[in-house]
Design a protein around this ligand. Structure first.
Ligand code: GLP
Length: 241
């Protein structure tokens, strides 16, 4: 694992933005794995600005998001589908049929999980996967205890995760209890992974990613076993390293 320390969130967003653009410009049919949450918002703003400045085109890019809540309509302002459209897709000229998120409203969620895996395979696997870090070490929505061999599946969200995400909802009661997420093995098959970590609140979690024991009790620790991982973390997040 390579740890890239940056001064602040702005620098973090710019660094990862440049990595994404480099990949998009280098490959004929780049496949990006994308994340939601607060951490990648600066990255998406950066990409929109670079697109407007004609530094990059997304016409030939395919994207797969990590996860989606179960039971929210696509148009729900808290769905990850809505988040991705508002914060990135509708601003960068990417064809809608090239952007994939798991459908958390599918009638048969297990079938949806299998189909999502197939779509990733058909696209030729993920070239660059962006990850955020949950306070409890979750990646995507793979909560502590998820087998490292998991593929895309339905999860029961931890109470701590629901509380952490409640800030986006009117009340905690509105936060879904389930989600559909790429599995840990699915994520680990990505050619390259960039983990973004910002802020003092994540310092303890980052310390466990870098120095902790590799254990299913702390899902992000598996990244120690991937041969092409870059962690971009700001000074506040590196406080305990
Ligand atoms: C959420 C998402 C993850 C995200 C993580 C951290 O629950 N499912 O994909 O990386 O939590 O979020 P944030 O960046 O807001 O701290």
């Amino acid at each position: 694992m390579e740890l890239m320390k940056v001064r602040n969130y702005g620098e973090l967003s710019e660094r990862v933005g440049e990595m994404v653009i480099e990949k998009v410009n280098a490959l004929e049919k780049p496949v990006l794995g994308l994340a939601t949450g607060s951490t990648p918002e600066g990255l998406y703003e950066y990409l929109i600005n670079q697109y407007k400045a004609e530094k990059v085109s997304f016409e030939h890019v395919v994207t797969f998001n990590l996860d989606e809540y179960v039971g929210l309509e696509k148009e729900d302002i808290n769905s990850y589908n809505y988040y991705m459209n508002e914060k990135l897709f509708k601003h960068i000229g990417i064809p809608a049929h090239q952007t994939y998120l798991p459908n958390g409203n599918a009638l048969d969620l297990n079938e949806e999980a299998i189909n999502y895996e197939k779509r990733i395979k058909q696209a030729g696997n993920i070239d660059l996967q962006i990850l955020g870090l949950g306070l409890n070490g979750h990646i995507g929505f793979n909560e502590p205890g998820t087998p490292f061999t998991s593929r895309t599946h339905i999860v029961q969200l931890d109470e701590s995760t629901r509380q952490a995400n409640a800030r986006f909802f009117i009340s905690l009661d509105e936060v879904p209890t389930q989600a559909i997420t790429m599995g840990i093995e699915t994520i680990m098959e990505s050619e390259q992974i960039v983990l973004l970590v910002s802020g003092e609140g994540k310092a303890g979690a980052l310390k466990r990613v870098v120095n902790g024991e590799v254990s299913e009790e702390f899902p992000a620790s598996i990244l120690q076993k991937h041969n092409n991982v870059i962690i971009i973390a700001d000074e506040a997040a590196c406080k305990l390293l």
